[in-house]
Design a binder for this molecule. Structure first.
Ligand code: UDX
Length: 453
């Protein structure tokens, strides 16, 4: 099928590459000249496993192309995806200006019936606004005769496994009440709808709400577990045992119940805020979501509190090795990353940081520039040189394998602060470490620890 994708961000690019891989003719449109030039050469602006070879393959087969020419893009695609950003406004609600600008652009260049699909995460009611924007533009051009439909087709991809998620989706949500739109999308997604039926067709508003409800439910599971971890801390229970104890109930399940130092990334924080804002606009109070958000904000301070609890408020003269900067493994994304709150708290208290992340070093350099209290290191071992203690903020696989003897000989003091429960407290204790983790009994009972409120 002929497909056009507006927006070459995370969602747009992955969607385009995967649809091209499945044999469709896909044109990607973006207003950023430089980005499009680089994409034409097969250079991917983000780190995402498997994406670059797929994009290169798409370019080589001629199934995938990039352009800044919106008119050509609209002319090409019978199916047109809107996958541009919806950044949070000041009040946390999603800013739809990019989505509506693209809607008008599509209307300006329409040459026949178009199936316009919103892929960006947009609040309930956005499809109506997109429809109104297209109608208004067509009326201005005296082209109200041109037919179109607006379909909601939210994505559920995760950074770090976006290509796999898109190739093998759990479900494909199609929000439309037009039979022809449903049939077009069923055809487009047929290669991905294997083994069992994954397509769920529903009305547009339910599709829009499903996306928010999915992310907010997952964020709720995480904040709930983080709250349990704080209680476990106080009563001396072990959150890992509790996790297994509740996860074994299939009604709860094992996924997304890992306690840690809070969720980050481009989706959960933004979507929770946006749904709270939507609820407020509707005169409702989103009590659960507000609690989810405030627990998460506090959880990001968890490790800093443990560090200050151990060393006291003044960290002048102390250096910390920080393993992990990205908000989660397998991405270079540091948006809303708990590591940022941690870095800033450590600096505020006078500490120096030697940081290492397998992918997010450039991103960290871009965010913080060069500063005396930050050294970006070449490896996890390099980060340990001259450091008083190790702090783990992201559970990259390479951090999981720990050579305890090496670690002990390199660190100035045998102290580890682990924000992702990567190591076994009993082993750390045997090796003589002071070991602080999340919701598990800390190993250093002699010290005055102050878990966060
Ligand atoms: C998420 C959704 O999973 C995806 O379906 C949606 O399309 C976009 O938002 P993503 O932001 O890429 O994807 O990351 P995800 O893997 O879901 O992790 C989100 C955050 O939750 C990370 O900061 C992670 O560290 C944290 N997390 C996850 C936990 O703290 N505990 C868990 O048990 C799981």
């Amino acid at each position: 099928m002929n497909v056009t994708v507006f927006g070459t961000g995370y969602v747009g690019l992955v969607q385009a590459a995967v649809l091209a891989e499945a044999g469709n003719k896909v044109v990607c449109i973006d207003i950023d000249n430089e980005k499009i030039d680089r994409l034409k050469q097969g250079h991917i602006p983000i780190y995402e496993p498997g994406l670059e070879p797929m994009v290169k393959n798409g370019i080589n087969t001629g199934n995938l192309s990039f352009s800044t020419n919106a008119a050509d893009g609209v002319g090409h695609g019978e199916l047109i995806f809107i996958a541009v950003g919806t950044p949070p406004d000041e009040d946390g609600s999603a800013d739809l200006s990019h989505v509506l600008t693209v809607a008008k652009t599509i209307a300006r260049h329409m040459n026949g019936k178009k199936f316009i699909i919103t892929k960006s995460t947009v609040p309930v009611g956005t499809a109506d606004k997109v429809r109104a924007a297209v109608e208004e533009q067509l009326a201005e051009l005296n082209r109200s005769d041109l037919a179109f439909d607006i379909i909601s087709n939210p994505e559920f991809l995760k950074e770090g496994s976006a290509v796999a998620d898109c190739m093998r989706p759990d479900r494909i949500i199609i929000g439309t009440s037009e039979a022809e739109s449903e049939q077009k999308l069923r055809h487009l997604y047929a290669p991905f709808n294997r083994n069992h039926e994954k397509i769920l067709v529903m009305d547009v508003k339910s599709a829009e709400l499903t996306k928010y409800a999915a992310n907010c439910m997952l964020a709720t599971k995480i904040s709930f577990m983080n709250e349990m971890a704080n209680i476990a801390d106080k009563v001396g229970a072990d959150i890992e045992a509790v996790r297994k104890g509740i996860g074994s109930d299939p009604r709860v399940g094992y996924q997304f119940i890992y306690a840690g130092i809070g969720y980050g990334g481009s989706c959960f924080p933004k979507d929770v805020k946006a749904l709270i804002a939507s609820a407020q606009q509707l005169g409702l109070s989103a009590d659960i979501l507000s609690a989810v958000e405030s627990r998460n904000e506090r959880q990001k301070h968890y490790l800093a509190e443990k560090i200050l609890g151990h060393y006291g408020d003044n960290l002048k003269g102390k250096t910390f090795a920080l393993w992990g900067l990205s908000f989660k493994p397998n991405t270079d994304d540091m948006r809303e990353a708990p590591s940022r709150v941690l870095l800033e708290r450590l600096w505020e208290s006078g500490a120096k940081v030697r940081a290492f992340d397998p992918e997010a070093m450039d991103e960290c350099r871009r965010i913080y520039g060069s500063r005396d209290d930050l050294v970006l290191c070449n490896s996890k071992y390099d980060a340990l040189q001259g450091a008083n203690a190790l702090v783990v903020a992201t559970e990259w696989q390479q951090f999981k394998t720990l050579d305890i003897d090496d670690l002990k000989s390199i660190l100035v003091e045998a102290v580890v602060f682990d924000g992702r429960n990567q190591y076994e407290p009993s082993e750390m204790q045997k090796a003589g470490f002071d070991y602080y983790c999340v919701g598990r009994p800390d190993i250093n009972t002699a010290k005055n620890q102050q878990p966060p409120a």
